[in-house]
Design a protein around this ligand. Structure first.
Ligand SMILES: *Cc1c(COP(=O)(O)O)cnc(C)c1O
Length: 353
């Protein structure tokens, strides 16, 4: 704390990302990174980039990437916005759309960055509990609001909400914007992107961090009606003209082109997730059905905090949230088949399992 901090900054509770350990003997299953390297085409594109051009500013509009994304999703160029990771896209979207008179509605258990942005921008918000099975029940969202945001599939639960339910929500909320954070959509979920053609009140946000193995390159994007994109551009151009650097732009374009690699690595993760789920269930764990690259799970008799510590002492890093209601759950990222075998073998050696 310093007397020079702005008063509003003194009240903030910043988001705490999962640990990035400084030692490398750990099996890292705590931040939902992809266990596979990025496509070889990404590496090649970055290697081939003429490094003397780093002297110049990058394209402030990231035109090549926006055009690739538009082609990929069969949308127009002006339906696409890109940013430095989807966290930045979300931050700009909260600023652009959610500073309204009425409160923002969001699930009580969801990506914990959302309420951090609300506090940063002084946005009033209402957290709506999930069902006992960790599902989002949109009938609870039938109330005056200045916007709605949720992740689909949701994090850290991994559960998917059906597309027809999202469409009903859009129909019931014609006066407010609904943001669907699809960070994990490529692991078997159904994307709301198709709804963009019929609804101007939906913004879909995705990332290259998980399904495209590029968390370190920082690329996120939003898809929606052109007037929504124009709102995001206004905020972006009042904040940072060059959110994506030259290497990120060429890397992202190359990643999008390698469809086979994308399908192959994601299928491996989906298969391994389903194997891990079955194994955990055999060991007495409850596993919430996941459409993501992680599982959300709790054991019938051992606490989440204790299990996290036990795994850590065996060089396995997983995520534990001390939030009431989910304090006995662990969020475990799906790694390679060998890593998940190590996890299961380690759990089997716990005296109470
Ligand atoms: C990982 C994640 C993000 C952030 O992704 P970046 O593109 O790396 O900033 C956003 N939303 C959810 C739900 C996530 O899990």
């Amino acid at each position: 704390m310093s007397k020079y901090w702005s008063p509003a900054i003194r009240q903030l509770t910043p988001y705490v990302p999962g640990e990035q350990p400084k030692v490398d003997n750990l099996i890292k299953l705590n931040t939902n990174e992809n266990p596979y390297p990025p496509s070889p085409r990404v590496v090649e594109a970055i290697n081939n980039y003429p490094k003397d051009r780093l002297r110049l500013y990058c394209d402030p509009d990231a035109t090549a990437l926006k055009q690739s994304l538009a082609n990929h999703f069969q949308l127009h160029y002006n339906n696409v916005f890109v940013g430095n990771g989807s966290d930045e896209v979300l931050a700009l979207a909260f600023m652009a759309f959610f500073r309204q008179e009425k409160p923002l509605l969001l699930p009580e258990t969801t990506y914990s960055f959302y309420d951090v942005y609300c506090k940063l921008y002084d946005i009033e918000y209402r957290q709506i509990p999930l069902t006992d099975d960790f599902e989002i029940n949109f009938t609870d969202y039938d109330q005056p609001n200045g916007g709605i945001i949720f992740a689909n599939p949701n994090a850290p639960t991994g559960r998917q909400t059906a597309l027809h339910e999202i469409e009903t929500l859009l129909l019931k909320n014609r006066e407010s914007l609904v943001i669907v954070d699809e960070a994990y959509i490529d692991f078997g979920g159904s994307s709301a992107v198709e709804l963009i053609h019929n609804y101007d009140n939906v913004l879909v946000i995705q990332t290259f961090s998980k399904s495209r193995s590029l968390a370190g390159l920082r690329i996120g994007f939003a898809l929606g009606h052109e007037d929504l994109i124009a709102g995001l551009e206004r905020v972006k151009n009042s904040f940072n003209s060059y959110p994506l650097d030259s290497l990120a732009i060429v890397g992202a374009v190359a990643a999008l082109e390698d469809v086979d690699y994308f399908n192959e690595t994601n299928q491996k993760i989906i298969d391994c997730r389903d194997w891990t789920t079955a194994q955990l269930e055999q060991l007495g764990f409850r596993v919430i059905p996941s459409k993501t690259n992680f599982v959300f799970t709790c054991h019938q008799s051992i606490s989440g905090a204790e299990l996290m510590q036990y795994l850590r002492s065996n060089n396995l890093l997983v995520r534990h949230f001390s939030k009431p209601g989910i304090e006995n759950f662990l969020r475990i990222t799906i790694g390679t088949a060998a890593e998940m075998q190590t996890l299961i073998e380690t759990l089997k050696q716990h005296p109470q399992i």
